[in-house]
Design a protein around this ligand. Structure first.
Ligand SMILES: *[C@@H]1O[C@H](CO)[C@@H](O)[C@H](O)[C@H]1NC(C)=O
Ligand SMILES: *[C@@H]1O[C@H](CO)[C@@H](O)[C@H](O)[C@H]1NC(C)=O
Ligand SMILES: *[C@@H]1O[C@H](CO)[C@@H](O)[C@H](O)[C@H]1NC(C)=O
Ligand SMILES: *[C@@H]1O[C@H](CO)[C@@H](O)[C@H](O)[C@H]1NC(C)=O
Ligand SMILES: *[C@@H]1O[C@H](CO)[C@@H](O)[C@H](O)[C@H]1NC(C)=O
Ligand SMILES: *[C@@H]1O[C@H](CO)[C@@H](O)[C@H](O)[C@H]1NC(C)=O
Ligand SMILES: *[C@@H]1O[C@H](CO)[C@@H](O)[C@H](O)[C@H]1NC(C)=O
Ligand SMILES: *[C@@H]1O[C@H](CO)[C@@H](O)[C@H](O)[C@H]1NC(C)=O
Length: 481
């Protein structure tokens, strides 16, 4: 009897202890904090660490895909009709971007590197060969006409040269030429006036296998939130005609940076320099990639919004006060003065008028938005797709008969999708970290569960022990009566 009740009472005591321990662990968040600090220690760039290896040579394949807009009605456009285009693509390139010339500072807080990108054509993932022909706006010609539109003497000279060479508003070139460069006759002729002028034009000319300047990154030592964040960038390869300061004016930083610990409202990622500025992203939804949970972030529409909606975009109202409608950015200063306009593909999130101005535009969220999916525990990017469209601002120039009666229009040329999905090996590694976390996270709840079961057992045993006593006590009067 004493042994039995001792057991029963210790069941009760342990039940209460487990409950207290479990609940206080849940409330104090000890385990998640502990795990987080383990993860934080891992997230630092130092020679030999896993994070360093992945940073130095990203294991997941990155693909750059181009979609062109083939113009179907060039003559009608010159007569003032609405342009009609057909989307053609993808033309896919595997992108290799290892860090090079890696160089740590003395105390390991920063690391310098260059980041050359190499593009290799992937025929199997492409619609056709690089020799496919695309009819599109003649960007060098439009740039030259735009530059000399107010100079009637030189302008007329150029106009007659263009007539004699049958250079018009449109040109038909191969995919390879448009992307990686071709010798342009008009630019070549202009070299007589401006010897420094490059006579090769290509939308991604000189970007293959060249680095875009020296980067300095934070290693994350001391503050894990700085992991791989860009400190300084001295890129000038594409910006050298104009001061690169102007292109970096808004929000300073270029390149990728993110906070490894992700909360839904924490802004975390800035994209590279294509738009001459950093772009930020906000939480959109929960996703799952290869079984790994993630938060999806995407740039809010304000990023491309006009100045009235987002005053931060005032820098794109060039010349000052000259603002365009929502959904497009004038990046002319960053593109050697060429009238280049950036937008989301198919003018997604843009002003309706851009979509209506060109037949063939069909903006769709799932295809045309930029996304980045990040695992919240580790801060690892599990999927990303950067989607951008390059357009030319086309208008009628009275000096140049080549522009006919063309309407003023933001003319789409191509859009790109630069995407990456976590590789299977990294996905497996990440999954085991997440499973560990789930097990560790559930320990307090298991303790609470055991506490409850023991509590129930305790009460049951107590009742069983008491019932015979009470029934006897109740029966006694009955028996005596
Ligand atoms: C990392 O360490 C290896 C071997 O110790 C050395 O060869 C390499 O140069 C180091 N790398 C950097 C970036 O310091
Ligand atoms: C590390 O060195 C840099 C200069 O190389 C210095 O500015 C910085 O304060 C140092 N940081 C620490 C934590 O010693
Ligand atoms: C880029 O350069 C690499 C090596 O220099 C070459 O193999 C590759 O074909 C080039 N890609 C393009 C698109 O020209
Ligand atoms: C684009 O249009 C031009 C002109 O109509 C045509 O010659 C060419 O084949 C088209 N390109 C593709 C890839 O269909
Ligand atoms: C810089 O970006 C942040 C969002 O990350 C934004 O709140 C801020 O207004 C921006 N500053 C400027 C000058 O654009
Ligand atoms: C900016 O966009 C808003 C909403 O789309 C519009 O009402 C406003 O007129 C636009 N402002 C300019 C300068 O285009
Ligand atoms: C784009 O910016 C340039 C100056 O950088 C300016 O000359 C041009 O007029 C702007 N284009 C539009 C359509 O506002
Ligand atoms: C890239 O985006 C396009 C649409 O914008 C889509 O068709 C394509 O499948 C995407 N590519 C990858 C590898 O996700």
């Amino acid at each position: 009897m004493p042994l039995k009740s001792c057991c029963i009472y210790s069941t009760g005591v342990f039940s209460i202890l487990f409950l207290i321990l479990g609940i206080s662990l849940v409330l104090s968040n000890v385990f998640p904090h502990f795990l987080q600090s383990v993860v934080e220690k891992e997230i630092v760039l130092k020679n030999g660490s896993e994070a360093f290896k992945a940073w130095e040579n990203p294991p997941a394949p990155i693909y750059m895909q181009f979609y062109f807009f083939n113009v179907t009605n060039p003559l009608e456009v010159l007569d003032g009709e609405r342009p009609a285009v057909v989307e053609i693509g993808p033309y896919t390139y595997r992108e290799y971007r290892p860090m090079d010339q890696v160089n740590f500072n003395s105390n390991g807080t920063k690391v310098g590197a260059v980041n050359p990108k190499t593009y290799i054509f992937e025929r199997d993932m492409s619609r056709g060969p690089e020799s496919d022909l695309i009819r599109t706006v003649n960007i060098p010609a439009v740039s030259v006409m735009d530059k000399f539109k107010d100079d009637s003497i030189v302008g007329n000279l150029i106009a007659s040269y263009m007539r004699s060479t049958e250079t018009g508003l449109f040109t038909t070139r191969t995919v390879r030429e448009l992307l990686w460069g071709y010798e342009d006759n008009l630019l070549k002729a202009l070299r007589n006036f401006e010897p420094d002028l490059d006579d090769v034009f290509g939308l991604f000319y000189k970007t293959n296998a060249t680095n875009d300047g020296d980067y300095m990154f934070f290693t994350g030592q001391g503050n894990y939130k700085d992991f791989a964040r860009v400190d300084t960038w001295k890129g000038d390869s594409m910006l050298n005609w104009w001061t690169s300061d102007e292109c970096n004016m808004i929000n300073g930083t270029n390149g990728a940076s993110f906070h490894p610990v992700i909360t839904k409202d924490e802004m975390l990622y800035t994209f590279s320099s294509d738009l001459c500025r950093s772009i930020y992203a906000v939480y959109e939804e929960d996703v799952s990639v290869k079984g790994i949970p993630g938060f999806r972030f995407s740039p809010p529409s304000e990023v491309f919004a006009n100045y009235t909606v987002n005053p931060a975009n005032a820098g794109f109202c060039v010349p000052a006060g000259n603002c365009m409608a929502s959904g497009v950015l004038n990046v002319s200063v960053c593109k050697q003065g060429a009238p280049i306009i950036m937008s989301a593909p198919h003018f997604y999130q843009g002003d309706e008028k851009f979509v209506e101005d060109v037949f063939g535009m069909k903006p769709r969220k799932e295809l045309h938005e930029t996304i980045i999916d990040i695992n919240p525990l580790t801060g690892v990017i599990i999927q990303a797709a950067k989607r951008l469209q390059i357009n030319v601002y086309v208008q009628k120039f009275s000096t140049f008969s080549q522009t006919g009666n063309v309407r003023t229009v933001v003319f789409p040329v191509l859009y790109l999708n630069e995407s990456v999905v976590i590789d299977d090996t990294s996905a497996l590694q990440l999954k085991s970290v997440i499973i560990e976390q789930n097990v560790v996270d559930s320990i307090p709840f298991m303790l609470i569960g055991v506490g409850i079961i023991m509590g129930v057992a305790f009460m049951f045993l107590m009742c069983r022990q008491k019932i015979p006593e009470s029934t006897e006590a109740e029966r006694q009067p009955l028996l005596t009566s």
